[in-house]
Design a protein around this ligand. Structure first.
Ligand code: ADP
Ligand code: ZN
Length: 557
């Protein structure tokens, strides 16, 4: 059998394997099952391509690669062709004649790798073809890419993935390698179970992307904050701006174009040809800013995306990590920038609450949202928080090791000293540690006010009114309900509105306050409120930034 190293050099033209690739390749060539968790850009493809070639040359036949991403199949098959490897794909873009021609090559044993969509792989027709190969001992390996799609806890659940268990059940002797760029503990567990990979060896890479700088700021007027971010730091560079709705995508794309940026919209409401044309331009031309919903990005491999901006908060940390991970795949400095505010929290909560899912599912989703909120509200290193979510402890790992890890020693970490605050040197909180204030007292006063207004009037109230009462403002609504007579009226006069908004977000993130979207976004106490009211929970908040920027911003839009 040719050595993996020689295949790497001769077929792919690379000098050496990166990070865990060599171990994975050895393990799979030897016939072991594997679950590979590696960040985007880490080099997952070689983990099955090299074994596929090695095993085929040793007479073991075909590797089937299951992938949901048509664009990626095309790219990879094209690249393999150029490298002289017999590869093909079967998906919905082929005519039945073309598909038939490929099936014939498959049956004749001419292919080393076949890429196929999951729904194709599990058809009786396709399984019959595999049966024949197996009979002849020419079915070598299954590679299941984007394996998180099997999990409903992941960010891209595809029911067709569930049916892939047939591969294991029908061909128990054929080794399998499952790969994903995103998996928190619960998703990882789910992949293992759903794909029956309990016995597979797990290869978990560092998920750190040292060249990406993370910044999360409070949303004031998102659109003009975005403009300043792009004009100030990324003029003329390629980037992706994620928005939640199609309407917002259109508005922001138009706004950026008005300001001279080369911006294009992308969302599921556009005609397929328009979407394709925009995607092609983004990939081919320099300096295009794609303004998109999360419909955009899966399988897009553009190395020089210099920034990924979130104008609305994603659903969870996996989504955030996956989307920001599209920046800087070339290893050069890139930025992940997000604005978020109370409204994002309210919207995301509402989407969960109003979804028709089972309560168990909603609980998991709420937990994931909370984790993202905690990341957004964090006053310490974002990178540490992000990686901790994926089960990695950056702060314990010591100084970065040159040349190790999937992206090689490019990180700019300082050596953490015992007792000192860990600094990655490349996130907003590490570059300019935010001033922190103790919001414990403000949090208690706010919760007391929520309680008092409700108790007094028999109905709940929204955040605006509660803050007015707390700050002792004589508004019409205050007069209407007689809330100036409450004991909590004006007990928070020393706090600014911005400070209180921070407290509100934090309380919601902590689960100590909920927003009832079915009742005009009224605030409600929760089980978790009690501990805060009793002063048992420390509420640490970022110092609200000055409002000076506002006037400037207003003018620019
Ligand atoms: P992933 O699927 O994990 O996002 P890819 O397999 O697309 O990553 O690889 C990302 C990039 O890194 C590709 O351009 C690939 O050619 C390159 N690459 C992968 N492994 C190596 C290696 N050992 N040496 C050099 N380049 C590599
Ligand atoms: Zn940091």
């Amino acid at each position: 059998m040719p050595s993996p190293q020689s295949i790497l050099q001769e077929v792919f033209g690379y000098e050496r394997f990166r990070g865990p690739q060599a171990d994975i390749v050895d393990h799979v060539i030897a016939g072991g099952d594997a679950l590979v968790l590696m960040p985007t850009g880490g080099g997952k493809s070689l983990c099955y391509q090299v074994p596929a070639i090695a095993r085929e040359r040793a007479g073991q036949g075909l590797t089937v690669v299951v992938s949901p991403l048509i664009a990626l199949m095309h790219d990879q098959v094209g690249a393999l062709h150029e490298a002289g490897v017999e590869a093909a794909f079967l998906n919905s873009t082929l005519t039945s004649q073309e598909a038939w021609a490929i099936e014939k090559r498959l049956a004749r044993g001419e292919l080393t790798l076949l890429y196929a969509a999951p729904e194709r792989v599990t058809t009786p027709r396709f399984l019959a073809l595999l049966d024949e190969l197996r009979e002849r001992g020419k079915l070598s390996l299954f590679a299941i890419d984007e394996a998180h799609c099997v999990s409903q806890w992941g960010h891209d659940f595809r029911p067709e993935y569930r049916a892939l268990t047939v591969l294991h059940e029908r061909y128990p002797q054929v080794p399998r390698i499952a790969l994903t760029a995103t998996a928190d503990a619960i998703t990882r567990e789910d992949i293992t179970q759903r794909l029956q990979l309990e016995e597979a060896r797990q290869f978990i890479s560092s998920f750190d992307r040292p060249n990406i700088s993370y910044t999360i700021v409070e949303k004031k007027d998102g659109a003009s904050q975005l403009l300043r971010f792009i004009e100030g730091e990324h003029e003329g560079e390629a980037g992706i701006v994620y928005c939640q709705s199609r309407k917002r995508v259109e508005e922001i794309a138009a706004l950026l174009r008005e300001h001279g940026a080369n911006a294009l919209p992308y969302h599921a409401g556009l005609e397929a040809e328009v979407r394709q044309a925009h995607q092609d331009r983004f990939l081919r031309e320099d300096g295009i800013v794609m303004v998109a919903t999360i419909a955009f990005g899966m399988g897009i491999d553009k190395p020089d995306v210099r920034f990924v901006a979130h104008l609305d908060m994603p659903k969870n940390i996996e989504g955030y990590y996956q989307e920001t991970g599209r920046a800087g795949r070339d290893g050069l400095p890139a930025a992940a920038w997000m604005v978020y505010g109370l409204q994002d929290v309210v919207n995301q909560r509402r989407m969960i609450d109003e979804s028709p899912s089972a309560e168990e599912f909603k609980q998991v989703m709420r937990g994931k949202l909370d984790a993202l909120l905690a990341l957004a509200e964090a006053t310490d290193c974002r990178r540490v928080r992000l990686l901790r979510y994926f089960g990695e402890n950056l702060a314990d790992a010591g100084p970065p090791q040159g040349g190790e890890g999937p992206l090689g020693g490019q990180r700019g970490h300082e050596v953490p000293s015992v007792g000192a605050r860990y600094s990655c040197g490349n996130c907003d909180n590490c570059v300019a540690p935010p001033r922190v204030w103790d919001g414990t007292d403000a949090a208690r006063k706010l919760l007391s006010t929520v309680y008092r207004v409700q108790q007094h009037s028999g109905i709940g109230f929204g955040a605006g009114h509660v803050m007015d009462v707390l700050r002792g403002r004589q508004t019409e609504k205050v007069a209407q309900y007689g809330h100036e007579r409450l004991s909590t009226f004006g007990i928070g006069a020393e706090f600014s509105e911005a400070q209180l908004r921070g407290v509100l977000r934090q309380l919601i993130a902590l689960g100590a306050l909920s927003v009832d979207s079915a009742a005009f976004n009224t605030l409600k106490l929760t089980e978790g409120s009690r501990a805060v009211l009793r002063g048992e929970v420390d509420v640490q908040l970022r110092e609200a930034v000055s409002q000076a920027g506002r006037a400037r911003k207003r003018k620019s839009v």
